[in-house]
Design a protein around this ligand. Sequence first.
Ligand code: KG4
Ligand code: ZN
Length: 335
Amino acid sequence: MLVLGIESSCDETGVALYDTDNGLVGHTLFSQIKMHAEFGGVVPELASRDHIIKLPQLINQLLDQTNTSKKDIDAVAYTQGPGLIGAVMVGACFATAFAKSIGVPALGVHHMEGHLLAPMLEDTPPEFPFVALLVSGGHTMLVDVKAIGQYEILGESLDDAAGEAFDKTAKMMGLPYPGGPLLSKLAQSVDASRFTFPRPMIDRPGMDMSFSGLKTSVRNAIKKEVENETFDEQCQKEIAFGFEHAVCSTLSIKCKRALEHTGHKTLVIAGGVSANVRLREQLGTMCQSKRSKLFYARPEFCTDNGAMIALAGALRLNAGQSSTQSVDVKPRWPI
Ligand code: KG4
Ligand code: ZN
């Protein structure tokens, strides 16, 4: 079965073809980052309009690149939510109409399920059951993944998502949008810091998390350095290091608890923040100490992309889920 995947929940337009026998056939992505950068964040209306323009272009490009004809496609999977309502609506309407025009089923999939399954696009995929740490710009959660569609949330952030904390902290440091990866780059340019920030909620039992207090601590530290006229490049790097270290340590402690709680020996990390090098290193060390294995996707499949949606759709259809005729998007949708 050949599935066309369409992702349009935020500021990336992604399309991909996934073959259930041969794996990923191809994918293309357009990032709207440049367009939103001058506003310091995603402008929902601009995002929707651009998805309308880019979707047909990217699909034609993908079909050309992979020598695929429309009649080879057996199903269309699209992000049904969560996300920006207009952006999700564009993808859902386009996918449903496109599927109808070529006479194949259309299936709406959960964006976070796409992230969760993305590491399965790699040559050595994780096997069920596993613990998944989903860390993106909108969500931070630990999930006990027993099989496709069998997800139990073990804990989640009670306030900011980890990616959101990265982006907001980067903004406070004067870095351009989207600041998360830039902040991480700064952090990587030093290997020590005079700043130690709190590791939120590690003293409390359970697997819930919180990142807004950490953000406030960083804000106070920046304020103090600015007042003392010591907020220079080196100081910026050390603050970035201290912040990243606090986030990664907190996530590592919570992941360790999740492995102990479930007894699983596999940890999967997914979502934009799973591209973070320090997080991968720190979780790798923790997993080694627990004789567990760590899996993640290549960086381009950590952030939003069409391949993860094509894969999630293919696995859902294989598991017997039927398609939907109507367009029913879900801007908020628990996994
Ligand atoms: O999964 P994603 O592309 O979109 C959502 O579904 O939210 O995640 C985007 C988030 C942004 O907050 C971005 O700053 C963060 O992932 N991110 C990173 C890195 N790469 C992306 N955060 C820290 N380190 C990175 N290397
Ligand atoms: Zn995402």
